[in-house]
Design a protein around this ligand. Sequence first.
Ligand SMILES: Nc1ncnc2c1ncn2[C@@H]1O[C@H](COP(=O)(O)OP(=O)(O)O)[C@@H](O)[C@H]1O
Ligand SMILES: O=C(O)[C@H](O)[C@@H](O)[C@H](O)[C@H](O)COP(=O)(O)O
Length: 191
Amino acid sequence: MPEAIVVMGVSGCGKSTVGAQLAAAIPGAIFMDADDLHPAANKARMASGVPLTDDDREPWLRACATWLAAEIAGGAQAGGRPAVLACSALRRRYRDVLRAGAPDLRFVHLHADADLLARRLDGRRGHFMPATLLASQLQTLEGLQPDEAGFTVDIDAEPQQVIRRVLAGLSAGQPVAGDEPAFRGGGQRLL
Ligand SMILES: Nc1ncnc2c1ncn2[C@@H]1O[C@H](COP(=O)(O)OP(=O)(O)O)[C@@H](O)[C@H]1O
Ligand SMILES: O=C(O)[C@H](O)[C@@H](O)[C@H](O)[C@H](O)COP(=O)(O)O
């Protein structure tokens, strides 16, 4: 297992659901939902239907990076348990911030087409993020690039099946350079 795993993707792709269940499936793993690290102003902005800017995301990404670095240090002392962070990490440069203090960081991109994502968001209740922001999330998304450690998993299955796909990818060792044009050069895609 890598020291840290970031479960990434647009709103509604299942980061919170899959991330929490993935951490539960890995002995000792610690889970954090990056939604809980957003400044209140960011949540208010998204709740009112306004997408975040790079400036809005900056303090949040720094908080995520700080959490990852602290948990990696704690994990090393605790015998190597991984830290699992559910975080949209939509752009390459956002992922660079997360990687800065976490060299052994693996990204798992949860992917689906826009229709499935919209259905998932329609079915979700009691969340601050409105489904109307999905379009801007998809516009902002930059898939994993070939030199980024990680892989992409389709989410068109029940959570346990998605987690099996993720675990298979994690145990496959070092990522393979991407060959999936739909992901703009993104990481290895597992079915
Ligand atoms: N594999 C799945 N199959 C069916 N529903 C799912 C699956 N993964 C997540 N969901 C549901 O889809 C919605 C969005 O998932 P969520 O984990 O909140 O996504 P995110 O954290 O990426 O925004 C939630 O209602 C969740 O229960
Ligand atoms: O960078 C962003 O625009 C946000 O972080 C966003 O990507 C994230 O998805 C929200 O926090 C909503 O939360 P959910 O992803 O859980 O819907």
